[in-house]
Design a protein around this ligand. Sequence first.
Ligand SMILES: C[S@@+](CC[C@H](N)C(=O)[O-])C[C@H]1O[C@@H](n2cnc3c(N)ncnc32)[C@H](O)[C@@H]1O
Length: 487
Amino acid sequence: MRRGGNLIPMAQGLPESEFVGIDLSASQIADGQAMVDAVELKNIRLNHLDILDVDAGFGQFDYIIAHGGYSWVPSQVQDKILEVCRQNLAPNGVAYVSYNTYPGWHLHGAIRDMMLYHTRQVAEPAEQIAQARELLDFLAESVLTKSNAYAGFLHSYVNYVKERFLPDGDDAYLFHNELAEVNEPVYFYQFAERAAGHGLRYLAEAQFQTMLAGNLPDKVSVSLRQMAKNTIALEQYMDFLRNRMFRQTLLCHQEVQLKSKLTPERLAKFYVASSALPKNPEIDIHSTSVDKFYAPNGDTLATDHPVTKAAMLYLTEVWPQAVAFNTLLLAAYSRLNGSGDSTPDFASPGFANDMQILGAGLLNAYSYNEDIVELHVHAPRFVREISERPVASPVARFQAKRNTRITNLRHELIQLEGLSHYLLSYLDGSWSRAALLKVLQNLLIEGTIEVEQDGKPLKAPADIKRALPEMLEAALRSLADAALLVG
Ligand SMILES: C[S@@+](CC[C@H](N)C(=O)[O-])C[C@H]1O[C@@H](n2cnc3c(N)ncnc32)[C@H](O)[C@@H]1O
């Protein structure tokens, strides 16, 4: 548990659930506790505890999360993580364990070895990180043959480290993840065997889309299915193909009977969200010609089914909120019928058919890529309307005072800049829009905070007074759209 950065926002988002976090590091627990106290959360406990001391009496949990730990602890602690996942997991519970995998870590591990060699005399972490980064840049720039596979790998690794591990200059990631004393990657099949030895069954990968061979080209998918005799082998071959280096694996009790067939009926228990937009905003939802909805990354959902078109338009309007599948179906029906009160005939074959087609379309899109359709097990509690005295997520307000990286109510890390960032810490419900305008105006005129307009700093008092009302509304809108407002 790293300062509770994952667990605390979850506890805020799910007030009826109870959360317990443990860490061997007293400072991680103290940092997390400071946030829990500031946010006044009552449904979370953080314990300064060695996982080796967790016994059956610690309690039973519906979910156990061990993220970013397994590969960095000695073998005895790895076994204990799996033992806890068995011993403290409720009968139908799900455990999440993330870990580094081969074959990806073979190449990755070579760079780690080089960085460890280069910094072997350095004791101070900040200096070790600085020297490791210097070595990376040196290697990428100086590799002797520029166009071979090794040079390509070095370049992509340097970019990977820059993008993935140093957001906001957080060098601690490089230190914890790449330079840690213990780092023991495994092949997926080895992890699955070890989990089975602890009475645990492979349930799924948290990044569900990577499990589906159907997402690979047809020829590859057919060959893989012939080669692999079971799910574990199939996943292992896919790791070979992708040179996978990290997994986020879900485990359950060995005794659980899994129904692995995906059917549209399963969607009835889920909430759906989508930001995909139709190419043509004026689309005729009644027509049975094919229309396409585009996700921000360019992937598409194509459909000729009027109910699916109406449902997708509804999702676009309420984005980023997630809607219960049945509510979505009814919303699509009422949009097609042109009124809010026309109740469909639930027993009719037509209704059952529409439910199947909508469910299958959404499930297909989700199985391909979460950028088109998201599935959730609950609807996060945030508001899209901006009230007269807006209230932002307490966790986000706490984070905004220290950092520009904030966790929203959709449990995403987002980067806030400029006015939205300054504004966030004021949104405790005690400030009216007029009062917010006044305080921000004063801060800007005094020069305590700075914002830009059209790429230029906004400095002159007259310009500030003129531009600020609109900027404030835009900033509030961006916070609402980013799922940060709760009232
Ligand atoms: C690499 S950090 C990852 C933490 C976090 N899940 C994240 O993603 O940022 C691993 C954490 O495991 C803790 N840890 C290591 N050994 C432990 C043990 N035996 N019992 C409990 N926590 C342990 C460390 O103190 C550290 O905070």
